[in-house]
Design a protein around this ligand. Structure first.
Ligand SMILES: [Zn+2]
Length: 317
């Protein structure tokens, strides 16, 4: 059954489609800015005008959507930039929606890019461990998600891992006429070393402590299922496992257990490892990229957030 290419094509069990890809994009202040991210080659911090051009290209490749991360002009202890109706992400959504059709705009809902200390929520003064005050943070998240929906976001995606956030966001959206806006929850998000390059991209490294008090322990699989279950009870429409490749077992488990759309985030470190090895001549770039994406789809992810969206879509095109 493997003798010829047509035979292999016919019996292939897993197929990739650009419509299932979501490209993460980083929006920064200014105009005409396209700054390459050192640890993530071919990925850029872009001003709104450049992001709009990028989105037109992304839509042209048949890619399903983008997910936006913001680099605000200023940061403060209250993450005000996260829920400002004229914040960087809110303005970017409006600009993209005005210019580009047939592209889902998903927004990351979190505070770490907007807090001066780089944590995902409110931290009581003097707490050097970086323990986030869950309930104050919920209010910021609800306001942020609502401001994204108002700006035209198609899907909001909370990534903070606070307890009760999906419920808080659902209430805020429903009370303001956004009953139709789906929530994609980063339901099982692990405290992973593979986020390293992203923190340069989003300028969001914690200034003290780490995120282990709110992100999950990489050793815990049962807890991941419990976290997903809770988010679904709170009203999540789609769920995500993050990172992807070191957690394929959990993607497969979640696929068997839950009948909602399942996303996986192939994070910055997963991308950078492959690109670095390929640049050293140690791996074939295209084959490594496609094999990694295929493995994530085979494990059961219907949607894949990946920095390979464009090159993979071109190859599939
Ligand atoms: Zn965060």
């Amino acid at each position: 059954m493997r003798a010829t290419a047509p035979l292999r094509d016919m019996v292939r069990e897993t197929r990739l489609d650009p419509a299932q890809f979501v490209l993460p994009l980083f929006v920064c202040p200014g105009e005409g800015i396209k700054r390459e991210i050192g640890a993530m080659p071919d990925n850029y911090q872009m001003s709104i005008d450049e992001i709009v051009k990028e989105c037109a290209e992304v839509a042209g490749l048949g890619i399903g959507g983008i997910i936006l991360f913001g680099l605000p002009e200023t940061k403060d202890e209250l993450a005000s930039g996260a829920y400002d109706d004229h914040g960087i992400v809110q303005r970017a959504i409006r600009a993209i929606k005005a210019e580009v059709a047939n592209l889902l705009v998903i927004t990351d809902v979190c505070n770490c890019e907007y807090t001066s200390h780089g944590h995902c929520g409110f931290i009581k003064t003097g707490d050097v461990e970086g323990r986030v005050d869950n309930d104050v943070t919920l209010q910021w998240l609800a306001k942020s998600a609502l401001s994204h929906a108002r700006a035209g976001a198609d899907i909001v995606a909370p990534s903070d891992m606070m307890d009760g956030r999906v419920w808080a966001i659902r209430q805020a959206l429903d009370a303001n006429g956004f009953e139709m806006t789906p929530i994609l929850s980063y339901a099982a998000k692990f405290a992973s070393v593979f986020y390293g390059p992203f923190r340069e991209a989003a300028d969001s490294a914690p200034q003290f402590g780490d995120r282990r008090s709110y992100q999950m322990d990489p050793a815990n699989a049962r807890e991941a299922m419990r976290e997903i279950e809770l988010d679904l009870e709170e009203g999540a429409d789609m769920i995500m496992v993050k990172p992807a490749m070191p957690y394929l077992d959990l993607i497969a488990k979640a696929r068997e257990r839950f009948d909602v759309p399942l996303a996986a985030y192939q994070v910055s470190g997963e991308y950078s490892m492959i690109v670095a090895a390929a640049r050293n001549g140690w791996l074939d770039y295209e084959r490594a990229m496609m094999e990694s994406l295929t493995s994530i789809a085979r494990a059961g992810a219907g949607m894949i957030l990946t920095y390979f969206s464009k090159p993979a879509a071109r190859l599939l095109g």
